[in-house]
Design a protein around this ligand. Structure first.
Ligand SMILES: NC(=O)c1ccc[n+]([C@@H]2O[C@H](COP(=O)([O-])OP(=O)(O)OC[C@H]3O[C@@H](n4cnc5c(N)ncnc54)[C@H](OP(=O)(O)O)[C@@H]3O)[C@@H](O)[C@H]2O)c1
Length: 418
């Protein structure tokens, strides 16, 4: 039995708190702490109604490690599940190091003033976590998260050699708004307005402009949303997916031996892309301060204030998400291509935990990863990306707790887009 401190009471924090409460045989005490305690209290009330369990709440500004250290010393958790924003990652890792408590998150660190997500800042903590004898697991959401674990599963069970991975993320849901983001608008828009990037081995020759070398390969960069793939997603149908950079490419290129290429694709509707283009063109997605009527405002933060709170989309959301890894390589001397995927229904998520599927598919793997750690199933001092750990027990628990997954064989002779 263990105690979990959950930091962040947004869309994902809500799911983490509900699912941890459901896993009463693993987490006997839960403290949900966030910048605005009222949001924690609202979730705690809902958990009592829906799950019949009382959880504790606290106000916490996790930007300052001192506050988190104080809360950890008071509550004495066995794990800290960080589902606040990527900006808080390093401060929370510092607090875990100081108090000797294991750490888990779902998104890698980003400096607030630079829209660039890279693992280098968190990987720099490896030696300190090793020396302190505590474990940190990075990226235990869906993507990154389950998509990384599937790559490890494919490596372990389905292939002798993996050549290419295409991660395909489709949200075919409808929330009824002309423009809204499914998770924190600031983080989401920073992510998708960057130049697209993918990684391939140095001897490959795909489109795009070669950028810096990385583990024997090159990142190739392309204009945002300039490469499209109309993919036929199981249960959802054909949707237009666009090549963009996502953080799991960095760790998977390093951790899947012999990989030749890895790319990430996300679907967007036409209306979403049109709105985004206009917002970008008029400067509303800028992350630098602009002087307005005697004060500094950051346009993207102002835009966040205007857009619907992602959690509020949940109630009337219909449709499904389908996220999967299309993996190709060799098994027993033959070419093989598989699609490993999950389909999640927005309305079902709302019924169970008052959430939409994007937050649900992120929150469930966070709790499953935390369960692996507190039960000692994953127990190694240091900082790890999730694909470095045994995928089997994680995937088994994931399927039992709301995210079942399938593997389908695909025809390897059908050309992939280049
Ligand atoms: N891997 C994946 O598949 C995946 C997918 C989606 C999201 N994510 C990640 O999940 C995390 C949460 O996303 P979300 O959609 O739940 O975001 P959200 O709805 O904006 O929630 C973020 C929460 O963090 C709190 N917070 C912000 N700054 C804080 C601070 N300094 N101290 C304490 N709490 C603070 C916010 O407090 P207030 O209520 O006061 O604003 C809010 O409750 C993000 O890091 C996101 O990138 C990962």
């Amino acid at each position: 039995m263990s105690k979990a401190l959950i930091i962040g009471a947004g869309g994902v924090g809500r799911v983490v708190a509900h699912k941890a409460a459901q896993l009463g045989n693993v987490f006997h005490e839960i403290l949900l702490a966030s910048r605005t305690e009222a949001r924690c209290q609202e979730i705690a009330k809902e958990i009592l109604e829906l799950q019949g369990k009382t959880i504790q709440t606290a106000a916490l500004d996790a930007d300052d490690p001192k506050n988190t250290v104080e809360l950890i010393r008071r509550f004495q958790p066995d794990i800290v599940i960080n589902v606040a924003l990527p900006y808080q990652d390093l401060a929370i890792m510092d607090a875990c190091l100081e108090t000797g408590v294991p750490y888990l998150d779902t998104a890698n660190y980003e400096p607030p003033d630079l829209a660039k997500f890279e693992y280098k800042w968190q990987w720099a903590y490896r030696e300190r976590f090793e020396k302190a004898g505590i474990m940190a697991v990075l990226g235990s959401g869906f993507d990154p998260g389950v998509t990384n674990v599937w790559a490890a599963y494919a490596q372990k069970h389905l292939f002798d050699q993996i050549d290419t991975i295409d991660i395909l993320d489709c949200n075919a849901g409808n929330h009824g708004h002309k423009f809204a983001t499914n998770f924190n608008p600031e983080i989401n828009i920073r992510e998708i307005t960057q130049r697209g990037r993918y990684w391939e081995r140095a001897d490959q020759n795909g489109p795009g402009q070669a950028e810096e070398e990385w583990v024997g390969g090159r990142y190739k960069s392309i204009d945002p949303m300039s490469i499209r793939w109309d993919y036929d997603f199981p249960e959802v149908g054909v949707k237009s997916a666009y090549l963009l950079y996502h953080e799991e490419l960095e760790s998977l290129a390093k951790n899947i031996p012999g990989l030749r290429r890895i790319r990430f694709w996300m679907t967007f509707g036409e209306s979403y892309l049109k709105h985004l283009e206009v917002l970008q063109n008029v400067g509303m997605t800028r992350i630098d301060p602009v002087r307005f009527q005697g004060q500094d405002i950051v346009p993207i933060q102002f835009l966040k204030a205007l857009l619907p709170d992602p959690a509020s989309l949940a109630k009337n959301y219909t449709g499904k998400t389908c996220i999967g890894d299309l993996v190709e390589g060799v098994k027993d001397g033959k070419r093989r291509r598989v699609f490993i995927y999950n389909v999640c229904d927005h309305a079902e998520c709302y019924k169970e935990v008052r959430s939409q599927a994007i937050s649900y598919t992120t929150g469930v793997p966070a709790v499953v990863g935390a369960a692996m750690m507190v039960q000692g199933i994953w127990k190694r001092p240091g900082v790890f990306n999730i694909e470095e750990l045994d995928p089997d027990p994680f995937l088994e628990l994931l399927a039992r707790h709301g995210l079942p997954w399938q593997v389908i064989e695909c025809d390897p002779s059908v050309p992939l887009p280049v």
